[in-house]
Design a protein around this ligand. Sequence first.
Ligand SMILES: *Cc1c(COP(=O)(O)O)cnc(C)c1O
Length: 459
Amino acid sequence: MEYRTIIEPFRIHSVQAIDLPDLAQRERALERSGFNLFGLHADEIIIDLLTDSGTGAMSSNQWAGMMRGDESYAGSRSFFRFEAAVKDITGMDEVIPTHQGRAAEKILFSVAVSEGDVVPNNTHFDTTRANVEYQGAEARDLVIAEGTDPSAILPFKGNMDVERLRRTIEEVGPDRVPLVMVTVTNNSGGGQPVSMANLREVRAVCDEFGVPLYLDACRFAENAWFIKLREPGYEDKTPREIAREMFSYADGATMSAKKDGLANIGGFLATNDQEISLNARNLLILTEGFPTYGGLAGYDLEAVAIGLDEVLDENYLNYRIRSTAYLAETISNAGVPIVQPPGGHAVYIDAATLLPHIPPHEYPAQALAIELYRAGGVRGVEIGTVMFGRPDPSGGPDTSAAMELVRLAVPRRTYTQSHIDYVGEVVIDVAGRASSLRGLRIVDQPAWLRHFTARFSRL
Ligand SMILES: *Cc1c(COP(=O)(O)O)cnc(C)c1O
Protein backbone atom coordinates (compact mmCIF):
# COMPACT_ATOMS: atom_id res chain seq x y z
CA MET A 1 0.00 0.00 0.00
CA GLU A 2 1.30 3.43 -0.97
CA TYR A 3 -0.02 5.96 1.51
CA ARG A 4 -1.17 9.32 0.29
CA THR A 5 0.14 11.68 2.97
CA ILE A 6 3.49 13.24 2.21
CA ILE A 7 5.15 13.64 5.59
CA GLU A 8 7.91 16.00 6.69
CA PRO A 9 10.99 13.84 5.96
CA PHE A 10 12.60 14.70 9.31
CA ARG A 11 11.81 14.52 12.99
CA ILE A 12 12.30 17.39 15.36
CA HIS A 13 15.51 17.33 17.36
CA SER A 14 15.61 20.77 18.91
CA VAL A 15 12.72 23.20 19.23
CA GLN A 16 12.28 26.92 19.59
CA ALA A 17 9.20 28.18 21.45
CA ILE A 18 6.75 30.35 19.53
CA ASP A 19 5.20 33.19 21.52
CA LEU A 20 1.43 33.45 21.24
CA PRO A 21 0.67 37.16 21.66
CA ASP A 22 -3.04 37.84 22.06
CA LEU A 23 -5.15 40.17 19.96
CA ALA A 24 -4.61 43.19 22.25
CA GLN A 25 -0.83 42.70 22.13
CA ARG A 26 -0.91 42.41 18.35
CA GLU A 27 -2.96 45.57 18.02
CA ARG A 28 -0.51 47.45 20.25
CA ALA A 29 2.39 46.11 18.18
CA LEU A 30 0.73 47.40 15.00
CA GLU A 31 0.25 50.88 16.50
CA ARG A 32 3.86 50.98 17.67
CA SER A 33 5.26 49.85 14.31
CA GLY A 34 3.13 52.32 12.34
CA PHE A 35 1.33 49.42 10.63
CA ASN A 36 4.59 48.28 9.09
CA LEU A 37 5.23 44.56 9.63
CA PHE A 38 9.00 45.08 9.23
CA GLY A 39 8.85 46.96 12.54
CA LEU A 40 7.52 44.00 14.57
CA HIS A 41 9.62 42.12 17.08
CA ALA A 42 9.92 38.39 16.44
CA ASP A 43 8.19 37.59 19.74
CA GLU A 44 5.11 39.47 18.56
CA ILE A 45 4.64 37.01 15.67
CA ILE A 46 3.02 33.57 15.75
CA ILE A 47 3.89 32.27 12.26
CA ASP A 48 6.52 34.24 10.34
CA LEU A 49 6.21 33.96 6.56
CA LEU A 50 8.05 37.21 5.82
CA THR A 51 10.79 35.43 3.87
CA ASP A 52 12.34 32.05 3.14
CA SER A 53 15.80 33.63 3.23
CA GLY A 54 18.09 32.41 5.99
CA THR A 55 15.07 31.40 8.08
CA GLY A 56 15.21 27.64 7.51
CA ALA A 57 16.17 24.98 10.03
CA MET A 58 19.59 23.38 9.70
CA SER A 59 20.00 19.63 10.07
CA SER A 60 21.89 17.86 12.84
CA ASN A 61 24.50 17.05 10.18
CA GLN A 62 24.96 20.72 9.44
CA TRP A 63 25.32 21.54 13.15
CA ALA A 64 27.81 18.70 13.50
CA GLY A 65 29.68 20.04 10.48
CA MET A 66 29.89 23.44 12.12
CA MET A 67 31.87 21.88 14.96
CA ARG A 68 34.44 20.83 12.33
CA GLY A 69 34.71 24.39 11.04
CA ASP A 70 38.32 25.28 10.33
CA GLU A 71 38.84 28.94 11.12
CA SER A 72 42.23 29.29 9.39
CA TYR A 73 42.40 32.70 7.80
CA ALA A 74 43.81 31.33 4.55
CA GLY A 75 43.42 27.88 3.01
CA SER A 76 40.93 26.54 5.56
CA ARG A 77 39.85 22.89 5.20
CA SER A 78 36.26 24.12 5.37
CA PHE A 79 36.82 26.21 2.23
CA PHE A 80 37.99 23.20 0.26
CA ARG A 81 34.92 21.20 1.33
CA PHE A 82 32.74 24.16 0.32
CA GLU A 83 34.53 24.52 -3.01
CA ALA A 84 34.19 20.79 -3.74
CA ALA A 85 30.44 20.88 -3.00
CA VAL A 86 29.89 23.88 -5.30
CA LYS A 87 32.05 22.43 -8.09
CA ASP A 88 30.27 19.09 -7.89
CA ILE A 89 26.94 20.74 -8.70
CA THR A 90 27.96 23.65 -10.94
CA GLY A 91 30.95 22.10 -12.72
CA MET A 92 32.50 25.58 -12.65
CA ASP A 93 36.24 26.23 -12.34
CA GLU A 94 36.30 29.17 -9.95
CA VAL A 95 34.36 29.35 -6.68
CA ILE A 96 34.34 32.53 -4.61
CA PRO A 97 32.54 32.49 -1.25
CA THR A 98 30.56 35.58 -0.19
CA HIS A 99 28.54 36.44 2.91
CA GLN A 100 25.28 36.34 0.94
CA GLY A 101 23.85 36.56 -2.58
CA ARG A 102 23.99 40.31 -3.05
CA ALA A 103 27.70 40.36 -2.25
CA ALA A 104 28.27 37.95 -5.14
CA GLU A 105 26.16 40.21 -7.37
CA LYS A 106 28.07 43.28 -6.27
CA ILE A 107 31.50 41.85 -7.12
CA LEU A 108 30.30 40.27 -10.39
CA PHE A 109 28.64 43.43 -11.68
CA SER A 110 31.50 45.65 -10.48
CA VAL A 111 33.95 43.72 -12.64
CA ALA A 112 31.72 42.79 -15.60
CA VAL A 113 29.20 45.62 -16.07
CA SER A 114 29.88 49.22 -17.17
CA GLU A 115 27.88 52.40 -17.41
CA GLY A 116 25.45 52.31 -20.34
CA ASP A 117 25.32 48.50 -20.49
CA VAL A 118 22.08 46.54 -20.55
CA VAL A 119 21.64 43.36 -18.48
CA PRO A 120 18.70 41.14 -19.50
CA ASN A 121 17.17 38.76 -16.95
CA ASN A 122 13.85 36.89 -16.84
CA THR A 123 13.03 39.03 -13.78
CA HIS A 124 15.66 40.79 -11.71
CA PHE A 125 15.43 40.24 -7.98
CA ASP A 126 15.43 43.62 -6.19
CA THR A 127 19.07 43.46 -4.99
CA THR A 128 20.15 42.21 -8.43
CA ARG A 129 18.42 45.13 -10.13
CA ALA A 130 19.89 47.58 -7.61
CA ASN A 131 23.41 46.23 -8.14
CA VAL A 132 23.07 46.48 -11.94
CA GLU A 133 21.71 50.01 -11.70
CA TYR A 134 24.43 50.99 -9.23
CA GLN A 135 26.94 50.39 -12.06
CA GLY A 136 24.99 52.85 -14.24
CA ALA A 137 23.60 50.02 -16.36
CA GLU A 138 20.02 49.16 -17.24
CA ALA A 139 18.33 46.04 -15.82
CA ARG A 140 15.74 44.66 -18.28
CA ASP A 141 13.13 42.06 -17.36
CA LEU A 142 12.29 39.79 -20.31
CA VAL A 143 10.08 37.09 -18.78
CA ILE A 144 7.46 35.56 -21.11
CA ALA A 145 4.19 37.54 -21.25
CA GLU A 146 2.24 34.95 -19.20
CA GLY A 147 4.84 35.41 -16.44
CA THR A 148 3.14 38.61 -15.30
CA ASP A 149 -0.46 37.34 -15.54
CA PRO A 150 -1.47 35.99 -12.07
CA SER A 151 -4.13 33.64 -13.47
CA ALA A 152 -2.23 32.11 -16.43
CA ILE A 153 -1.45 28.48 -15.59
CA LEU A 154 1.75 27.28 -17.25
CA PRO A 155 4.35 24.72 -16.15
CA PHE A 156 7.30 27.09 -16.68
CA LYS A 157 6.03 30.59 -16.12
CA GLY A 158 9.53 31.81 -15.23
CA ASN A 159 10.88 31.28 -18.76
CA MET A 160 12.78 34.02 -20.57
CA ASP A 161 11.10 35.38 -23.70
CA VAL A 162 13.82 34.25 -26.09
CA GLU A 163 12.65 36.38 -29.03
CA ARG A 164 12.65 39.52 -26.90
CA LEU A 165 16.10 38.57 -25.68
CA ARG A 166 17.37 38.31 -29.26
CA ARG A 167 15.75 41.61 -30.23
CA THR A 168 17.18 43.31 -27.12
CA ILE A 169 20.72 42.19 -27.95
CA GLU A 170 20.30 43.22 -31.60
CA GLU A 171 18.89 46.60 -30.59
CA VAL A 172 21.55 47.59 -28.03
CA GLY A 173 24.41 45.65 -29.66
CA PRO A 174 26.19 42.68 -28.09
CA ASP A 175 29.11 44.83 -26.92
CA ARG A 176 26.74 46.64 -24.55
CA VAL A 177 25.33 43.39 -23.13
CA PRO A 178 28.06 42.15 -20.77
CA LEU A 179 26.03 39.14 -19.67
CA VAL A 180 22.56 37.62 -19.69
CA MET A 181 21.11 36.37 -16.42
CA VAL A 182 18.40 33.80 -15.76
CA THR A 183 16.90 33.59 -12.27
CA VAL A 184 15.95 30.06 -11.18
CA THR A 185 13.31 29.92 -9.86
CA ASN A 186 12.02 33.37 -10.82
CA ASN A 187 11.58 34.85 -7.33
CA SER A 188 10.13 38.25 -8.21
CA GLY A 189 7.90 36.56 -10.79
CA GLY A 190 6.20 34.41 -8.14
CA GLY A 191 8.84 31.70 -7.64
CA GLN A 192 8.01 30.22 -11.04
CA PRO A 193 10.42 27.71 -12.61
CA VAL A 194 12.44 27.92 -15.84
CA SER A 195 12.51 24.88 -18.14
CA MET A 196 15.64 23.15 -19.35
CA ALA A 197 14.49 23.76 -22.93
CA ASN A 198 14.33 27.48 -22.21
CA LEU A 199 17.84 27.48 -20.69
CA ARG A 200 19.09 25.72 -23.83
CA GLU A 201 17.41 28.32 -26.06
CA VAL A 202 18.81 31.21 -24.04
CA ARG A 203 22.25 29.60 -24.29
CA ALA A 204 21.90 29.38 -28.07
CA VAL A 205 21.05 33.09 -28.31
CA CYS A 206 24.00 33.94 -26.05
CA ASP A 207 26.28 31.84 -28.30
CA GLU A 208 24.96 33.56 -31.39
CA PHE A 209 26.13 36.92 -30.02
CA GLY A 210 29.10 35.77 -27.93
CA VAL A 211 27.50 36.95 -24.67
CA PRO A 212 28.06 34.98 -21.42
CA LEU A 213 25.14 33.48 -19.49
CA TYR A 214 24.93 33.60 -15.69
CA LEU A 215 22.37 31.92 -13.45
CA ASP A 216 20.94 33.63 -10.39
CA ALA A 217 20.88 30.20 -8.79
CA CYS A 218 19.31 30.91 -5.36
CA ARG A 219 16.61 28.24 -5.82
CA PHE A 220 18.36 25.91 -8.28
CA ALA A 221 17.23 22.75 -6.45
CA GLU A 222 13.56 23.76 -6.37
CA ASN A 223 13.85 24.57 -10.08
CA ALA A 224 15.43 21.17 -10.75
CA TRP A 225 12.54 19.47 -8.96
CA PHE A 226 9.96 21.32 -11.09
CA ILE A 227 11.85 20.17 -14.20
CA LYS A 228 11.71 16.58 -12.96
CA LEU A 229 7.96 16.86 -12.32
CA ARG A 230 6.95 18.84 -15.38
CA GLU A 231 9.42 18.51 -18.26
CA PRO A 232 9.25 15.43 -20.49
CA GLY A 233 12.49 13.46 -20.52
CA TYR A 234 13.54 14.34 -16.96
CA GLU A 235 11.22 12.13 -14.90
CA ASP A 236 13.92 9.51 -14.31
CA LYS A 237 16.84 11.86 -13.68
CA THR A 238 18.00 12.76 -10.18
CA PRO A 239 17.77 16.37 -8.97
CA ARG A 240 21.57 16.47 -8.97
CA GLU A 241 21.77 15.38 -12.61
CA ILE A 242 19.18 17.97 -13.54
CA ALA A 243 20.96 20.71 -11.57
CA ARG A 244 24.26 19.82 -13.25
CA GLU A 245 22.66 20.09 -16.66
CA MET A 246 21.13 23.48 -15.75
CA PHE A 247 24.54 24.81 -14.72
CA SER A 248 26.21 23.27 -17.77
CA TYR A 249 24.53 25.90 -19.98
CA ALA A 250 25.91 28.77 -17.88
CA ASP A 251 29.30 30.47 -17.76
CA GLY A 252 28.80 31.45 -14.15
CA ALA A 253 26.35 31.78 -11.29
CA THR A 254 25.56 33.88 -8.25
CA MET A 255 23.97 32.17 -5.26
CA SER A 256 22.42 33.02 -1.93
CA ALA A 257 23.01 30.02 0.33
CA LYS A 258 20.25 31.44 2.56
CA LYS A 259 17.83 29.83 0.09
CA ASP A 260 18.78 26.49 -1.44
CA GLY A 261 22.04 26.33 0.53
CA LEU A 262 19.82 25.46 3.53
CA ALA A 263 21.99 27.76 5.64
CA ASN A 264 21.29 30.87 7.70
CA ILE A 265 23.99 32.89 5.93
CA GLY A 266 26.32 32.52 2.94
CA GLY A 267 26.58 32.68 -0.82
CA PHE A 268 28.99 32.40 -3.71
CA LEU A 269 30.03 33.52 -7.16
CA ALA A 270 31.08 30.68 -9.46
CA THR A 271 32.47 31.22 -12.95
CA ASN A 272 34.49 29.67 -15.76
CA ASP A 273 35.94 33.05 -16.70
CA GLN A 274 39.51 33.41 -15.37
CA GLU A 275 39.67 37.14 -15.87
CA ILE A 276 36.40 37.77 -14.06
CA SER A 277 37.40 35.52 -11.19
CA LEU A 278 40.78 37.25 -10.82
CA ASN A 279 39.21 40.70 -10.70
CA ALA A 280 36.35 39.53 -8.50
CA ARG A 281 38.78 38.01 -5.99
CA ASN A 282 40.72 41.25 -5.81
CA LEU A 283 37.53 43.14 -5.08
CA LEU A 284 36.44 40.45 -2.61
CA ILE A 285 39.55 41.08 -0.53
CA LEU A 286 38.61 44.74 -0.39
CA THR A 287 35.02 44.25 0.71
CA GLU A 288 34.36 40.70 1.94
CA GLY A 289 37.59 39.05 3.03
CA PHE A 290 40.28 36.66 1.85
CA PRO A 291 39.14 34.41 -1.07
CA THR A 292 39.03 31.25 1.06
CA TYR A 293 36.41 32.64 3.43
CA GLY A 294 34.73 35.62 1.71
CA GLY A 295 33.08 37.15 4.75
CA LEU A 296 32.05 33.81 6.27
CA ALA A 297 33.30 31.85 9.25
CA GLY A 298 34.80 28.44 8.53
CA TYR A 299 31.77 26.89 10.23
CA ASP A 300 29.42 28.73 7.84
CA LEU A 301 31.29 27.23 4.88
CA GLU A 302 30.72 23.76 6.40
CA ALA A 303 26.99 24.42 6.88
CA VAL A 304 26.60 25.50 3.25
CA ALA A 305 28.66 22.59 1.89
CA ILE A 306 26.38 20.11 3.69
CA GLY A 307 23.22 22.10 2.86
CA LEU A 308 24.02 21.98 -0.87
CA ASP A 309 24.06 18.21 -0.62
CA GLU A 310 20.89 17.87 1.49
CA VAL A 311 18.87 20.23 -0.69
CA LEU A 312 19.12 17.80 -3.62
CA ASP A 313 17.59 14.93 -1.63
CA GLU A 314 14.42 13.75 -3.39
CA ASN A 315 12.44 13.27 -0.18
CA TYR A 316 13.29 16.78 0.90
CA LEU A 317 12.34 18.34 -2.45
CA ASN A 318 9.13 16.33 -2.70
CA TYR A 319 8.09 17.57 0.76
CA ARG A 320 9.25 21.11 0.07
CA ILE A 321 7.36 21.71 -3.16
CA ARG A 322 4.34 19.76 -1.96
CA SER A 323 4.05 21.73 1.30
CA THR A 324 4.00 25.07 -0.54
CA ALA A 325 1.37 23.68 -2.93
CA TYR A 326 -0.62 22.43 0.08
CA LEU A 327 -0.97 25.96 1.49
CA ALA A 328 -1.88 27.23 -1.98
CA GLU A 329 -4.57 24.58 -2.44
CA THR A 330 -5.99 25.08 1.05
CA ILE A 331 -6.71 28.75 0.49
CA SER A 332 -7.44 28.62 -3.22
CA ASN A 333 -10.03 25.83 -2.76
CA ALA A 334 -11.76 28.20 -0.32
CA GLY A 335 -11.95 30.82 -3.07
CA VAL A 336 -8.99 33.02 -2.12
CA PRO A 337 -7.40 34.38 -5.34
CA ILE A 338 -3.69 33.52 -5.62
CA VAL A 339 -1.01 33.62 -8.28
CA GLN A 340 -1.32 30.33 -10.17
CA PRO A 341 0.30 27.89 -10.20
CA PRO A 342 2.01 28.25 -6.79
CA GLY A 343 5.78 28.70 -6.96
CA GLY A 344 8.37 26.73 -5.06
CA HIS A 345 8.95 28.87 -2.00
CA ALA A 346 5.88 31.02 -1.54
CA VAL A 347 2.18 31.55 -2.10
CA TYR A 348 1.12 34.95 -3.41
CA ILE A 349 -2.37 36.22 -2.56
CA ASP A 350 -3.85 38.48 -5.23
CA ALA A 351 -5.04 41.40 -3.09
CA ALA A 352 -6.20 43.48 -6.07
CA THR A 353 -8.80 40.82 -6.87
CA LEU A 354 -9.70 40.14 -3.22
CA LEU A 355 -10.06 43.82 -2.25
CA PRO A 356 -11.38 45.58 -5.38
CA HIS A 357 -12.84 48.36 -3.19
CA ILE A 358 -9.35 49.53 -2.11
CA PRO A 359 -7.49 51.43 -4.88
CA PRO A 360 -3.74 50.85 -5.32
CA HIS A 361 -2.80 54.16 -3.69
CA GLU A 362 -4.59 53.02 -0.53
CA TYR A 363 -2.42 49.87 -0.48
CA PRO A 364 -4.79 46.87 -0.63
CA ALA A 365 -2.01 44.31 -0.15
CA GLN A 366 -0.66 46.21 2.86
CA ALA A 367 -4.19 46.31 4.33
CA LEU A 368 -4.49 42.54 3.84
CA ALA A 369 -1.05 41.80 5.29
CA ILE A 370 -1.86 43.94 8.33
CA GLU A 371 -5.16 42.14 8.90
CA LEU A 372 -3.53 38.67 8.58
CA TYR A 373 -1.20 39.74 11.37
CA ARG A 374 -3.88 41.42 13.50
CA ALA A 375 -6.28 38.50 13.23
CA GLY A 376 -3.89 35.59 13.53
CA GLY A 377 -0.34 36.77 14.19
CA VAL A 378 0.73 35.63 10.71
CA ARG A 379 3.36 37.83 9.06
CA GLY A 380 3.55 37.95 5.26
CA VAL A 381 4.90 40.75 3.13
CA GLU A 382 3.30 43.30 0.82
CA ILE A 383 4.56 43.14 -2.75
CA GLY A 384 2.61 45.92 -4.38
CA THR A 385 2.37 49.68 -4.45
CA VAL A 386 4.07 50.16 -1.07
CA MET A 387 7.11 48.27 -2.37
CA PHE A 388 7.16 49.32 -6.04
CA GLY A 389 4.93 52.42 -6.28
CA ARG A 390 6.27 55.98 -6.24
CA PRO A 391 4.87 59.03 -4.48
CA ASP A 392 3.58 61.74 -6.79
CA PRO A 393 5.75 64.87 -6.33
CA SER A 394 2.69 67.12 -6.72
CA GLY A 395 0.78 65.31 -3.99
CA GLY A 396 -1.55 63.19 -6.15
CA PRO A 397 -2.00 59.43 -5.78
CA ASP A 398 1.12 57.22 -5.99
CA THR A 399 2.02 55.59 -9.27
CA SER A 400 0.95 52.00 -8.71
CA ALA A 401 2.69 48.64 -9.00
CA ALA A 402 1.78 46.09 -11.70
CA MET A 403 0.27 43.71 -9.12
CA GLU A 404 -0.95 43.97 -5.52
CA LEU A 405 0.26 40.81 -3.78
CA VAL A 406 0.78 39.49 -0.28
CA ARG A 407 3.57 36.93 -0.30
CA LEU A 408 3.52 34.11 2.23
CA ALA A 409 7.05 32.67 2.00
CA VAL A 410 7.60 29.26 3.56
CA PRO A 411 10.86 28.83 5.50
CA ARG A 412 12.60 25.50 4.80
CA ARG A 413 12.05 22.61 7.26
CA THR A 414 10.69 25.02 9.87
CA TYR A 415 6.92 24.72 10.17
CA THR A 416 4.78 21.59 10.39
CA GLN A 417 1.55 20.83 8.59
CA SER A 418 -0.53 22.05 11.56
CA HIS A 419 1.26 25.41 11.44
CA ILE A 420 0.31 25.65 7.79
CA ASP A 421 -3.28 24.55 8.56
CA TYR A 422 -3.44 27.40 11.07
CA VAL A 423 -2.20 29.87 8.42
CA GLY A 424 -4.87 28.56 6.03
CA GLU A 425 -7.57 29.12 8.66
CA VAL A 426 -6.43 32.72 9.27
CA VAL A 427 -6.25 33.54 5.53
CA ILE A 428 -9.69 32.06 4.84
CA ASP A 429 -11.24 33.93 7.78
CA VAL A 430 -9.76 37.27 6.70
CA ALA A 431 -10.66 36.70 3.03
CA GLY A 432 -14.25 35.98 4.10
CA ARG A 433 -14.59 39.52 5.45
CA ALA A 434 -12.40 41.21 2.84
CA SER A 435 -15.09 43.73 1.90
CA SER A 436 -14.92 45.21 5.42
CA LEU A 437 -11.16 45.93 5.27
CA ARG A 438 -10.09 49.50 4.75
CA GLY A 439 -7.01 50.98 3.12
CA LEU A 440 -4.11 52.91 4.61
CA ARG A 441 -2.24 56.09 3.95
CA ILE A 442 1.45 56.74 4.40
CA VAL A 443 2.24 59.30 7.08
CA ASP A 444 6.01 59.13 6.83
CA GLN A 445 8.36 57.61 4.23
CA PRO A 446 12.04 57.65 3.31
CA ALA A 447 13.28 58.46 -0.21
CA TRP A 448 14.50 54.91 -0.94
CA LEU A 449 13.11 51.42 -0.27
CA ARG A 450 10.17 52.88 1.61
CA HIS A 451 8.52 49.55 2.39
CA PHE A 452 11.05 48.79 5.12
CA THR A 453 10.45 51.87 7.26
CA ALA A 454 7.37 53.80 6.09
CA ARG A 455 4.70 54.49 8.73
CA PHE A 456 1.00 54.22 7.94
CA SER A 457 -2.31 55.16 9.46
CA ARG A 458 -5.69 53.60 8.82
CA LEU A 459 -8.21 55.31 6.58
C1 LIG B 1 17.63 36.37 -2.06
C2 LIG B 1 17.94 36.56 -3.47
C3 LIG B 1 19.07 37.28 -3.86
C4 LIG B 1 19.98 38.00 -2.89
O1 LIG B 1 20.51 37.16 -1.94
P1 LIG B 1 20.82 37.66 -0.44
O2 LIG B 1 21.42 36.48 0.20
O3 LIG B 1 19.51 38.07 0.17
O4 LIG B 1 21.75 38.81 -0.54
C5 LIG B 1 19.33 37.37 -5.23
N1 LIG B 1 18.51 36.81 -6.13
C6 LIG B 1 17.41 36.12 -5.78
C7 LIG B 1 16.56 35.49 -6.83
C8 LIG B 1 17.09 35.97 -4.44
O5 LIG B 1 15.99 35.28 -4.10
